[in-house]
Write a protein that binds this ligand. Structure first.
Ligand code: NAD
Length: 481
């Protein structure tokens, strides 16, 4: 890949690019064609040991002694460097993840925005003084955890690195990052830019590798003090168990089955682009994808027909073609999504994109809109992680809330209605970490705390809230008489 300026088969440990201790590599595939395009390091427990030791040394040394405002300044400089390289980062992500170029570039811009946000916040997080008994002065200190572990999935590497590593570094932690084996090139590019920006050696270490090897070694490592995990529910449970053994805090950002609830009084012209885009963006491989569209029965047929028109017109192509939808990440993911679609035979295929002349080896599926589902249908219950949405009719508010809350997940939801009172009632009644009213996703919302309830996970990242997650609170009670 001509954009690369670093060795993809290395780990970054203690400020040095090093070959993995076991000497192994993992192949990289371009999802648009299925072609092998390179290799990454297959890091092991030995590399994780070295990375945790390097992070601990940085935390005790140069990075730990860097004042908050200088940490912030460095992150903002790094943000600027990311912005300047946004086109290059987008091209790398497009080849590695199959993401259409415009969507990949938006991720690079969001990464820069996280670095600006957390850079600006670094010297604005502080404790409090607490009125107490006569003769005492009591105050709290917000302190970094120390060494933080970060495990990232393949769907939005840049955005998730931005929100997690950005907040952890801003608060003075030293980080060990294990990117996803299917998508780690932009993580490596980012780490190299961080070195160029002047981040002290060991403040950020990157060990690519398999989840069961490098990932499990990191989450179970006794030298880490906090773990931030974004990924599937099954892995999240394993990560939480490992964190329990070391009694460390864990932030879990897991999956979702996020509903958009459309009432008869909604402005459909405004809603329609959101209803569809929230399902097909990044080929549906978005934790906060809206895979369930709940529509009040009196406008159900109209919504299905208008969504179907959009589905029929969707253009699917290679990432470099920069169309509406690209390929899925891997052959494995294609098999999973196809398997779910086979479970929709009892539903109506209301709309479906046509796959044109695409490379044979690419991981493409036709974006599909299923209608006539109930809230209990398998496609309305389980996370598909592909460009598939189901439309479900409902009658009245009570049923809408029951269906919206009727899955194991609770990540994101939206409500489309003109009624202010209903907006407020539904925002309270729906179980989710974020509820949007007459929009969906708020354009990414770097500033907005994000996270789930139920099997969508716990803890919050993004916004100022993440700064609390990446710090621990110390209370100092001084008796002076
Ligand atoms: P995954 O759980 O398979 O992998 C995520 C990461 O965990 C990868 O880096 C992987 O190598 C690592 N991993 C795998 N096994 C591990 C283990 N035993 N110990 C430690 N680490 C391990 O998930 P995925 O398939 O890559 O990502 C898709 C899932 O992620 C979906 O369920 C999606 O909803 C979720 N996701 C959630 C959010 C969010 O913010 N809530 C964001 C993106 C993705």
């Amino acid at each position: 890949m001509k954009e690369l300026w670093f060795d993809t088969a290395k780990c970054l440990i203690g400020g040095e690019w090093t070959a993995p201790a076991g000497g192994g590599t993992l192949p990289l595939y371009d999802p648009s064609t299925g072609a092998e395009i390179g290799a990454i390091a297959r890091g092991t427990a030995q590399d994780i040991d070295a990375a945790v030791a390097a992070a601990e040394a940085a935390y005790r040394g140069a990075w730990g002694q860097t004042p908050a405002f200088e940490r912030g300044r460095l992150l903002m400089k790094l943000g600027q460097m990311v912005l300047e390289k946004a086109d290059v980062l987008a091209a790398i992500e497009a080849a590695d993840v199959g993401k259409p170029l415009k969507q990949a570039r938006a991720d690079a811009v969001a990464l820069a925005r996280y670095l600006e946000f957390y850079g600006g916040a670094a010297d604005k997080l502080h404790g409090q003084t607490i009125p107490f008994l006569d003769g005492y002065t009591v105050y709290t200190l917000r302190e970094p955890h120390g060494v933080t572990g970060h495990i990232v999935p393949w769907n939005y590497p840049m955005q998730i690195i931005g929100r997690s590593i950005g907040a952890a570094l801003a608060t003075g932690n030293a980080c060990v990052l294990k990117p996803a084996e299917d998508a780690c090139l932009t993580a490596l590019a980012f780490a190299d830019l961080a070195l160029q920006a002047g981040l002290p050696a060991g403040a950020l270490n990157v060990v690519p590798g398999l989840g069961a090897e490098a990932g499990a070694a990191l989450t179970g490592h006794p030298g880490i003090h906090h773990i931030s995990f974004t990924g599937s529910v099954g892995t999240g449970i394993a990560v939480q168990k490992a964190a329990a053994d070391n009694v460390i805090p864990v932030t879990l950002e897991l999956g979702g089955k996020s509903p958009q609830v459309v009432f008869a009084d909604a402005d459909l012209d405004a809603a329609l682009p959101f209803l569809v885009n929230a399902g097909i963006q990044n080929c549906g491989q978005t934790c906060s994808a809206s895979s369930r569209i709940l529509v009040e029965r009196s406008r159900y047929d109209e919504v299905v027909a208008r969504m179907a028109e959009r589905y029929d017109a969707l253009r699917v192509g290679r990432a470099v073609d920069d169309l509406d939808v690209g390929p899925l990440i891997s052959a494995r993911q294609k098999g999973i999504v196809a398997g779910f679609m086979d479970h929709g035979t009892d539903l109506e295929v209301a709309g479906q994109a046509t796959l044109g002349d695409l490379p044979d080896g690419g991981y493409y599926v036709a974006p599909t809109l299923f209608a006539g589902a109930t809230g209990a249908h398998k496609l309305a219950q389980e996370e598909i992680f592909g460009p598939v949405q189901v439309v479900i009719p409902f009658e009245g508010e009570e049923e809408a809330v029951a269906i919206a809350n009727g899955t194991d997940y609770g990540l994101v939801a939206s409500v489309w209605t003109d009624s202010g009172a209903r907006q407020m009632r539904l925002a309270k009644a729906i179980r989710a970490g974020q509820v949007f009213i007459n929009n969906y996703g708020a354009a990414g919302g770097v500033e907005l705390p994000f996270g789930g309830t139920g099997k969508s996970g716990h803890g919050r990242e993004k916004g100022f809230e993440a700064l609390y997650a990446f710090t621990t609170l110390k209370t100092v009670a001084a008796y002076h008489g």
